[in-house]
Design a protein around this ligand. Structure first.
Ligand code: TTP
Ligand code: MG
Length: 240
């Protein structure tokens, strides 16, 4: 079945053992909507998106995709419908080309290079001893955090899942590179339900809804303009 990408959090409460990390979370993200999540470290941002992929299940409430509880989805279909740039990028002990093509085995070399260029990864890849054939990961050449993130973004650019999660996707790249990648990310987000977790206002201000999390609860929500008028937490971040 084709997944449209409507995502709904219906009164979700989630804990790790006894530690309550999300409480009474409601989020309505119909297909194509952009939701940004901000909040201090430990606020629960990653936990929210983990529930969509079913890395965990909530103790109370439901997470729905296309009006179906994610628990009732075939796990393979669900995971294939979500493209994630994770906070910690996982690279396989394999070539850079294969790491980028992970999730799209039939990608051509031209597609891989185009994705790497859009993610500002092509130049540093070409400087590696074997270019795209350089083995990275545990048993290969080490990459910096920012380089890994750009590989992960190239990977996401190759697949066309209806739901996209960007968890601190550009936190380790410098501002100039981030600015360049933003263009590619904008194209990537077009038409997809997107969850953007970020710390910089520039990465979230165009979202349809910005959610501020504090200790697992939503304390503010709205558009950039609405939140500025509120003169609350978001406004304070904006002024800093
Ligand atoms: P996260 O959801 O990981 O918080 P975050 O993504 O907002 O933080 P960061 O900006 O640093 O990425 O964690 C929320 C809470 O859950 C936090 O108190 C740590 C706790 N936690 C566990 O107890 N076990 C776990 O496996 C994880 C991932 C988090
Ligand atoms: Mg996190």
């Amino acid at each position: 079945d084709k997944v449209r990408g409507d995502v709904l959090f219906d009164n979700v409460t989630f804990k790790y053992e006894d530690n309550v990390v999300l409480q009474d979370i409601d989020i309505d993200a119909p297909a194509g909507k952009k939701v940004a999540i901000m909040g201090a470290t430990g606020a629960g941002k990653t936990s929210i998106v983990n529930l969509i992929c079913r890395f965990y299940d909530p103790q109370k409430g439901r997470v729905l995709v296309d009006n179906v509880d994610v628990r009732d989805w075939d796990l393979k279909t669900l995971r294939r419908s979500v493209s994630v740039v994770m906070q910690e990028t996982f690279l396989f002990s394999d070539t850079i080309a294969n790491n980028i093509a992970y999730g799209k085995d039939d990608a051509s070399m031209d597609e891989i290079i185009a994705a790497a260029k859009a993610a500002c990864a092509h130049d540093f890849i070409m400087e590696m001893p074997e270019g795209y054939d350089t083995v990275v990961g545990e048993r290969g050449v080490g990459l910096s955090g920012g380089q890994k993130q750009r590989i992960a973004i190239a990977r996401a650019l190759l697949v066309s899942a209806p739901i996209l999660i960007l968890d601190d996707a550009t936190s380790s790249v410098d501002m100039e590179t981030e600015h360049k990648i933003q263009q590619a990310l904008k194209r990537l987000m077009a038409g997809r339900t997107t969850f953007i977790i970020a710390h910089r206002i520039s990465a979230v201000k165009d979202a349809d809804e910005i959610i501020i999390l504090e200790n697992g609860r939503i304390v503010e929500r709205g558009t950039h303009d609405q939140l500025l008028k509120l003169r609350g937490v978001y406004y304070d971040i904006f002024r800093d």
